[in-house]
Design a protein around this ligand. Sequence first.
Ligand code: GCO
Length: 255
Amino acid sequence: MTNSLFDLSGRTALVTGSTRGLGQAIAKGLGNAGAHLVLNGRSVAAVETAAAALRSDGYTVHEAAFDVTSETEVMAAFERFDAAGLEIDILVNNAGIQHRQPLVELALSDWQRVIDTNLTSAFLIGREAARRMIVRGRGKIINIGSLTSELARATVIPYTVAKGGVKMLTKGMAAEWARSGIQTNGIGPGYMLTDMNEALIKDPKFDAWVKARTPAERWGKPEELVGAAVFLSSAASDYVNGQMIYVDGGMLSVL
Ligand code: GCO
């Protein structure tokens, strides 16, 4: 007797920034739970490559290369979904970039780029997805936050501000869309072994700090986000709204 509570069969999941890193791991995990996948990235070639790899493993995969910061491209992508009869049941707003630089040296263009990619994109894509989910009376939206949704780290302030905004956007979406059968929640990854963090992982001092500051005394693996993602994508979370689940080895819980 399998437990259907976490079964995503018959559902289609759009994961932004899913050609690598956390997005790729989350997409594969949702596919393992039965979802059909819509992969996204800015690069057509990277989306094609990631889709081919997942298809060779037996997953049902659609390709949606678009710039998540472009309202025009986001709206055109959803019009293509509509034309193809592709209903996005699950949206994971994962796309994000990092920019490490002291605020006093930061250019406005870099500030804007991080805010646009990490926060505004979740609004743009969430708005298009919700317009359609509301009609159907159901939907799951998962926004990917960060430890920096709660605590600031010097030199990553635009990222911190954006991820703090992701937490409040999650609550805002819940406030407006829960009545329409949409559950919006967030996942806050801890320090994960990703390309984005390569410089930190390779820095012996930073690596030692992460291991000392984290109760689990290690970095997280991208696939360790899958459980929370499947939970928040499934019927198991039908009465959960506006919450952040921190998958951080306990870092946020200790001094
Ligand atoms: C950094 C890291 C962090 C982590 C993650 C922590 O420079 O401190 O990139 O931002 O990636 O977001 O939750």
